[in-house]
Design a protein around this ligand. Sequence first.
Ligand SMILES: CC(C)(COP(=O)(O)OP(=O)(O)OC[C@H]1O[C@@H](n2cnc3c(N)ncnc32)[C@H](O)[C@@H]1OP(=O)(O)O)[C@@H](O)C(=O)NCCC(=O)NCCS
Length: 199
Amino acid sequence: MKAEAKYRNVVNNDAKELSKIESHIFTMDNLKTNFNEEIKKESKKIFVCTIEKRKKNQRKFNTFIKNIYNLFSNTKNELEININYDDLIIGYAKVWIILDEMHIEQIGVIDTYRKQGIGEQLFLLCVKYSIESGSKKILLECRNSNISAMNLYKKYLFKITSIRKNYYPYKNFREDAICFESPEIQKSFYKKLIYKKKN
Ligand SMILES: CC(C)(COP(=O)(O)OP(=O)(O)OC[C@H]1O[C@@H](n2cnc3c(N)ncnc32)[C@H](O)[C@@H]1OP(=O)(O)O)[C@@H](O)C(=O)NCCC(=O)NCCS
């Protein structure tokens, strides 16, 4: 079942939550991104994916309020309570603009929400943003073992340009980084590929 996901630009208040989910998503990397700083940078852009989740203990609280109401109320009308929701971040993508190139630095979804199209939507937001900002191409890299990410990049015609030997730590060893590059994103065939997809 698809999660009811919404996509938006990052806001200052997201920094704490992003730091929290970063370590859940990138479990093999010991990342400690300073999102407070990243959010402020002009050269960076962060998209987040959120879902609404009922606030903890909301049901108990509603029942408590209803019981009090029933105790003191003379009418038989049911008390209507608006349910309170939290906006939970379940994925994000961060890009870095370097002259006429865009670098997708991080893209990730919390594991329980993967394989529902969220990573792809975040990826498409990054590509569209890159096209609309006039970038010529997009660069990124991932671990050699990261089949999910590599399939996503290949789906959008990214090609492997080089391999950085032993780039990432992997348990007691090191793992190669696979560097990818997009086709020329301002070309009309590529725009057609990107914009025909639903967003
Ligand atoms: C890579 C990642 C962002 C994909 O997100 P996702 O929401 O699970 O992916 P989607 O459901 O949108 O799938 C989009 C495409 O990715 C590829 N893909 C995703 N999961 C895959 C899997 N388990 N196996 C193979 N391909 C996979 C497919 O090409 C898929 O397209 P398809 O559905 O048409 O086959 C997610 O696996 C993730 O967060 N991984 C951990 C963080 C990470 O490694 N980030 C990338 C390096 S920075």
